[in-house]
Design a protein. Structure first.
Length: 498
């Protein structure tokens, strides 16, 4: 008869095998890979971020480690990991020690029926029964989480998820648990479990990577990563007062404001078709697209979302990925009837490589940021009092200040009006002079140039990546790529025409 420990080991191996099958093969981390990232003498967040944004971390066993750094669980420098991890892991164990505790005194019925008992004892039993109800709600949601994937169908994983969600609800949430949090927790749990073994297999016992990726602390580490995510996202699960729900407000902002800047025609059409953004956006935004794609693709999106988290301590890239998804199906939904458009956004079509959406989102974000910098603030008119003050200081003052000011003001107003015309056209508004096509041509040229440059940049990056993997770097091949890069540089600077 098999021992309980042996059965547990077999169940764990079967569960991990399911995770590897779901996520794809995860190569073991080599000592060389570790040194190239963490022993260069210059371990910075920016370096790790761009490493993740190059092509994602799907084939990297250190993916879990990267996520821990991106989500502020541990610092970049390995020498600090033990000092940071030890107290946090102990704190989580302290939380879990009281999960199944039962009040030692008082009447249990006092918590349900209000029978006479001391105030303190009654409060303990009331809390106990409320906790049991909360546990039951969490249990039902956990059992419904990816039931088709064996990793989540195992009692070990379900126990981890129940504990994390319950402890979070009791210690980190003002309003408790809400449905959907299990969807955010699931990929975190799978990545931490799947990366644990292959990431540390080639390293000695005292190596830092074995400390941070230890299999005994998968549940502990996932909890603190989840807590960090919910610092920013919890507001979209709860609603206080009579004001509009924050997640509905966010969805409207994405479709009516952000998308309007990036694709005015599409935004206007969705508004005219009366497609309410919260119908699809609530699920997209709040769950980080967890229900729109296969979990393997979801994790690829999260590589980029987490990598850019520390820039503003929020997940703003989710906004741009949402816009990228709408633009991706633009030709399929524009000018179509309401029911068809709604079905398409509610059930997003398969995407062969979701990294295309990441690249598009980053491009849209850069495009939006550039627009903020291009247009100068309106200049304030020169005040008459300022001229009088200048006269009092002994400086020479024009004998006709009002007339001079008026002329300069007219000239500046005309210049700003032309800038504003281009701005209005780029954001989908009609210019003041419809018959003048100068603005349209200039804008179309910029769009065309960007469309040509973007795929070329991607090709160059891919070629350089392939060359890095080779043992030797052929000089001829490298020379060709460098020539293309110089040509691209000349195009960007306007030295040559398209």
């Amino acid at each position: 008869m098999e021992s309980i420990a042996l059965k547990s080991t077999k169940a764990r191996s079967k569960s991990l095998a399911s995770a590897y099958l779901t996520l794809g093969s995860i190569p073991e981390t080599t000592i060389t890979e570790w040194k190239d990232i963490f022993e260069t003498g210059d371990v910075r967040y920016e370096k790790l971020k761009y490493h993740a944004l190059l092509r994602g971390l799907a084939k990297n066993a250190m993916r879990s480690l990267f996520w821990k750094i991106f989500l502020n669980y541990i610092p970049c420098e390995p020498s600090y990991w033990t000092d940071v991890l030890t107290p946090k892991r102990k704190a989580y164990e302290k939380f879990t020690d009281s999960i199944d505790s039962v009040p030692e005194s008082g009447d249990p019925l006092s918590g349900m029926l209000g029978t006479p008992s001391s105030g303190e004892q009654k409060g303990q039993w009331e809390e106990y029964f409320q906790d049991q109800e909360l546990k039951n709600t969490i249990r039902l949601d956990v059992e419904r989480t990816h039931p088709d994937i064996e990793f989540f169908d195992s009692e070990r994983t379900r126990s981890w998820m129940r504990n994390v969600l319950f402890v979070y609800s009791k210690h980190n949430s003002k309003f408790g648990y809400r449905q959907g949090m299990n969807e955010i927790l699931a990929p975190l749990m799978m990545i931490n479990a799947a990366c644990s073994e292959p990431s540390q297999k080639n390293f000695p016992e005292d190596h830092p990577i074995r400390t941070v990726m230890h299999q005994d602390y998968i549940e502990h580490d996932t909890y603190w990563m989840f807590v960090e995510i919910m610092k920013s996202m919890s507001q979209y699960f709860f609603h206080e007062g009579k004001s509009e729900h924050p997640v509905v407000k966010k969805c409207k902002y994405i479709q009516h404001n952000l998308l309007r800047k990036l694709d005015p025609k599409l935004s206007n059409y969705l508004r005219e078709a009366q497609v309410e953004p919260q119908l699809y956006g609530l699920r997209w935004f709040r769950l980080f697209f967890a229900r729109e794609f296969h979990i393997r693709d979801v994790c690829s999106l999260w590589d980029a979302i987490f990598a850019m988290y520390q820039e503003n301590q929020n997940f703003s890239l989710v906004d741009y990925i949402s816009c990228a998804m709408l633009i991706y199906i633009r030709s399929d939904i524009i000018n179509r009837e309401y029911n068809y458009v709604l079905r398409r956004v509610m059930k997003f079509p398969p995407v062969e490589d979701v990294w295309v959406l990441v690249q598009s989102a980053i491009g849209l974000r850069d495009q939006s940021e550039k627009k903020k910098k291009i247009y100068p603030p309106k200049l304030k008119p020169i005040q008459k009092q300022n001229l009088l003050n200048s006269a009092g200081s002994g400086r020479k003052v024009n004998s006709e200040p009002e007339k001079s000011t008026k002329k300069k003001g007219n000239f500046i107003d005309k210049a700003l009006q032309k800038v504003d015309d281009i701005k209005r056209f780029a954001t989908g508004k009609s210019s003041r002079k419809r018959e003048n096509e100068t603005y349209k041509k200039a804008y179309e040229r910029i769009v065309k140039l960007n469309e040509m440059i973007s795929p070329k940049c991607e090709d160059i990056i891919e070629q350089m990546s392939q060359m890095q993997q080779k043992a030797t770097k052929p000089k001829e091949e490298f020379a060709v790529i460098m020539a293309e890069m110089k040509l691209l540089y000349a195009m960007i600077n306007g030295d040559i025409d398209i």
